[in-house]
Design a binder for this molecule. Structure first.
Ligand code: PLP
Length: 405
């Protein structure tokens, strides 16, 4: 059987037989280019999901694909028992694009956050035996046991108890709520500068700046989860950079490899000594293949002026969504987000709008209780946004009409 020629039915039945059933999915995609995904059958889809904020430069960006192909013939993996020339080069690029810290490479967002948690605990063990981390309500940090415990929503943890201990939750964008949770065991505060899965909620400037002060006053670490909002998604390379503060450490993943699994955490220089050889590691972290992809991502960001496009197109898209809100107030309660991390509360129309868009070959994400979340390519064009908005418009008209029947 030609593996690329199976029908959708064959793929679905193979999946049912051989895959653990952890995802709800229907469509089969075979290829992608820029903002577009091509299914195994039928016409193309305009993708505003980008693999859940992974392919920030669009699908199969040529620079990244070429870099991967070249590196695949040279050296893919040699383990962290040895240096590879690309790892420190990539670390330098990320460090210079952020707060000048030191990097540890891993493979996913959850693993990057596990690293942050281990860093905070290790630092706390040397600073008064502290280990508690305060997280935000509606946050999402991953699906490993540690990151699940750091994730507020009980739904994700049900049936997997007992939880890893040492996490508490305070209200996002409410500084006093965080202050009230500090105990003599608190070591850190962990937040997403823009909450993604929770519903696209940007931190208010006074909140994030207040958290920085709170951490300084109480000798706590400020940890930022930039897994979803980082890598240019908000118009700055990292979302914290909108706020005039710096974290003590941050995690990143998703768009770091534009589709190649890649994660990292960065520690401020003065904290990097918390780790020593043997204290943390991962077999696949920072392979030459992943680093080659990621270096190409940063080069392409520069050459394509991805941040500028994100800021300009983000503002344009937001304007169009506000116009949609006027036309469909039942479907768009508010419009929020930063750069091209956009969302709106759609109330009871959340799932119907997503389905109606999909029928019309537009892919959008949901988030939180009732939000539609849009994470398009940072290189999206005005014409593609216009098309997306016209499909959203049509989908909203359809779902409202259907509800009225
Ligand atoms: N942190 C945030 C903010 C995320 O949005 C996600 C995934 O959506 C994660 C962590 C977990 O990343 P991964 O799925 O790569 O483990």
């Amino acid at each position: 059987m030609d593996k690329m020629k199976s029908t959708q039915e064959e793929i679905q039945s193979l999946s049912e037989r051989y895959l653990v059933n952890t995802y709800n999915r229907s469509l089969v995609f075979r290829s992608g280019e820029g903002s577009w995904l091509y299914p195994s059958e039928g016409s193309k889809y305009l993708d505003l999901t980008m693999g859940i904020g992974v392919c920030n430069l669009g699908h199969c960006h040529p620079w990244v694909s070429i870099a991967i192909a070249r590196q695949a013939w040279r050296l893919m993996h040699c383990s962290n028992l040895f240096f590879n020339e690309l790892q420190p080069q990539l670390a330098k690029v990320i460090s210079e694009a952020s707060f000048g810290g030191k990097l540890f490479f891993c493979n996913s967002g959850a693993e990057a956050n596990e690293g942050l948690i281990k860093f905070a605990r290790r630092w706390g063990s040397q600073h008064g035996g502290r280990y508690e981390i305060i997280c935000a309500e509606h946050c999402f940090h991953g699906r490993t046991l540690g990151t699940l415990a750091a994730t507020a929503k009980p739904k994700y943890r049900e049936g997997f108890q007992p939880d890893v201990q040492g996490f508490s939750f305070a209200e996002f964008n409410n500084l006093e709520s965080f202050r009230a949770k500090i105990t003599d065991k608190t070591v850190a505060i962990l937040v997403e500068p823009v909450q993604g899965e929770g519903g696209v909620w940007p931190a208010r400037p006074e909140f994030l700046q207040g958290l920085r002060r709170l951490c300084d006053e109480n000798s706590l670490l400020l940890l930022c989860d930039e897994v979803q909002c980082g890598m240019g998604r908000t118009g700055r390379m990292f979302a914290y950079q909108h706020y005039g503060i710096e974290p003590d450490a941050m995690s990143m993943a998703k768009a770091l490899g534009n589709g190649v699994p890649m994660g990292a955490f960065e520690l401020r220089q003065e904290h990097a000594g918390v780790f020593a050889p043997g204290l943390h590691g991962t077999t696949f972290g920072g392979t030459p293949l992943a680093c080659a992809a990621s270096l190409a991502v940063f080069e392409a960001f520069d050459k394509e002026k991805a941040l500028d496009n994100c800021t300009a197109m983000g503002a344009y898209f937001k304007e169009q969504l506000l116009a949609l809100q006027e036309r469909h107030p039942e479907c768009v309660a508010d419009v929020r987000g930063l750069g091209l991390m956009l969302g709106f509360s759609a109330g009871k129309f959340q799932k119907p709008i997503q389905a109606a868009c999909e029928e019309r070959h537009l892919l959008v994400l949901t988030a939180g209780e009732d939000a539609i979340r849009l994470l398009p390519s940072l290189l999206i064009t005005k014409e593609e946004i216009d098309l997306a908005v016209s499909i959203l418009d049509e989908a909203m008209t359809a779902v409202v009409a259907q509800a009225a029947q």
